[in-house]
Design a protein around this ligand. Structure first.
Ligand code: AMP
Length: 444
């Protein structure tokens, strides 16, 4: 077992081990995860959605259709859906992981983009939108958070086919929306009289292009009434650095009338757009299996996954021997590769919960606040020492059903103070520390 996997309890959903939260949108949480069944590129992102909310909205058929379509799409500028799973309460959408952050973080950090760079991202955005529209999937909620970059700086549009989770559709086939980011939303969407998803996605792309080149929004008012008025009239002005060709195109996109607004085929023919344009190159996946999507939305009990915590991580005897050298202070200041390691460990035959309580009981009177999580504990000193507050991390591992290994690490504060604390702390814990007869002989 590797040290990393031995460091604590882990949460598994099917074959995926969940990690840190990457972000939280209006209808889902996104977590980093790893596929435990493959070596190499195992990173994924998992979107976790409350199952009951989807079923309540009677959106199942549309969502099922769109997710199946998206799973079959492998476009370089669309975030790929890899797999769909469900538990009794949640739906898990497994996505390709991209590590370059959000496109708009770039603007927040470095300001507006050069016209050529903005055009390159806009071309990728239009390619993604055009392709999904051609497959009958509309985004309906294009906004900065949905524009991610991979590690090579390639734009990936997220949430295609997923925004229906929070939308309602009327029988006439036009879309109705209750929420959205108003700054990027087309006037006909705000009117709520039903609209065509193609034209409204084009509007949002126009707002995004403006922001990339200007570094600020075309429509931005302190109150919603004023904002809606500006959007309805498409009332905005260009900064002086926009080229006249760029201005002409944006004016045609931000046309408040969806019927006369420029279409994607017309954008693809626009001179400003065409400069340095590269045709996206991809191939249609042929044997994509969508049984998982059917199972999730058909409420099939057989395929349900469970989110489970693996607690205290087991350790074999060899690892134990290599780790444990008794509960000694020498070990605490063990010199390893020139670094002073400030950690120690001891073994105990008491149950894990009893060890946890004993550590808590011993640490509290010494002035420590205790934060417990599963089989890990953080002890935070309440007095500020020479190098800030003393902090200690502990963790309990299971070696065998009746044998545990406890690790303690100094994570903050002064080493000398830690030394002092440790002496008192270890004598308080002597009831739970197990010393083998061999050890006793050696130390006596
Ligand atoms: P969303 O709910 O799609 O808006 O996601 C919320 C945030 O999570 C995004 O803005 C990203 O920062 C992050 N995120 C979503 N999907 C991924 C992904 N596939 N890879 C990396 N980060 C992601």
């Amino acid at each position: 077992m590797s040290r990393a996997s031995a460091m604590g309890s882990r949460t598994l959903v099917g074959k995926y081990e969940l990690g840190r939260t990457l972000g939280e949108g209006s209808f889902a949480k996104v977590k980093f995860a790893r596929n435990t069944q493959i070596t190499g590129e195992s990173a994924v992102a998992i979107k976790i959605i409350d199952r009951h909310r989807v079923l309540r909205h009677h959106m199942v058929e549309q969502i099922k259709r769109e997710i199946s379509t998206m799973k079959m799409i492998t476009h370089p500028n669309v975030l790929n859906i890899l797999e769909v799973m469900a538990s009794r309460t949640k739906i898990y959408i497994v996505l390709e992981y991209v590590g370059g952050g959000e496109l708009f973080d770039k603007i927040a950090k470095y300001g507006k983009l050069k016209e050529g760079d903005a055009r390159r991202y806009f071309q990728q955005l239009i390619n993604a939108v055009d392709y999904c529209h051609s497959r009958g999937v509309y985004h309906r909620d294009l906004k900065p958070e949905n524009l991610l970059l991979d590690s090579h700086g390639v734009l990936k549009v997220s949430d295609f086919g997923l925004s229906a989770f929070q939308k309602q559709v009327r029988e006439d086939g036009l879309l109705h929306t209750a929420c959205g980011t108003p700054n990027y939303v087309a006037p006909e969407v705000l009117n709520d009289k039903g609209y065509d998803g193609t034209a409204s996605d084009v509007w949002s792309c126009g707002v995004i292009l403006f922001v990339l080149m200007a570094g600020y929004l075309p429509f931005d008012e302190p109150n919603l009434v004023a904002l809606y008025r500006k959007i309805h009239k498409a009332e905005f002005s260009f900064p002086p650095w926009f080229s006249s060709n760029a201005k002409r195109l944006i004016k045609r996109i931000l046309d408040p009338n969806p019927l006369t607004r420029i279409t994607i085929p017309e954008i693809l023919e626009n001179d400003w757009f065409k400069k340095d344009y590269k045709q996206p190159c991809f191939k249609q996946e042929e044997d994509v299996n969508v049984d998982d999507v059917d199972a999730v939305f058909n409420d099939s009990e057989d395929c349900l996954v469970t989110e489970r915590k693996e607690k205290p991580v087991s350790m074999n005897a060899f690892e134990l021997i290599s780790r444990t050298q008794g509960f000694s202070l020498e070990n605490l200041f063990d010199k390893q590769m020139g670094l002073v390691k400030r950690e120690t460990r001891f073994t105990s035959t008491c149950p894990a919960n009893e060890i946890m309580s004993k550590i808590e009981e011993t640490a509290k009177p010494l002035g420590f606040n205790v934060h417990k999580k599963n089989y890990k504990m953080k002890l935070q000193g309440d007095k500020s020492g020479r190098k800030g507050q003393l902090a200690v991390a502990t963790e309990v591992f299971e070696v065998a059903p009746s044998l545990h290994l406890v690790e303690l690490r100094k994570t903050g504060g002064d080493t000398l103070e830690f030394h002092k604390f440790y002496k008192t702390f270890s004598s308080g814990l002597k009831d739970v520390v197990w010393t083998s007869d061999l050890n006793k002989e050696e130390t006596s």
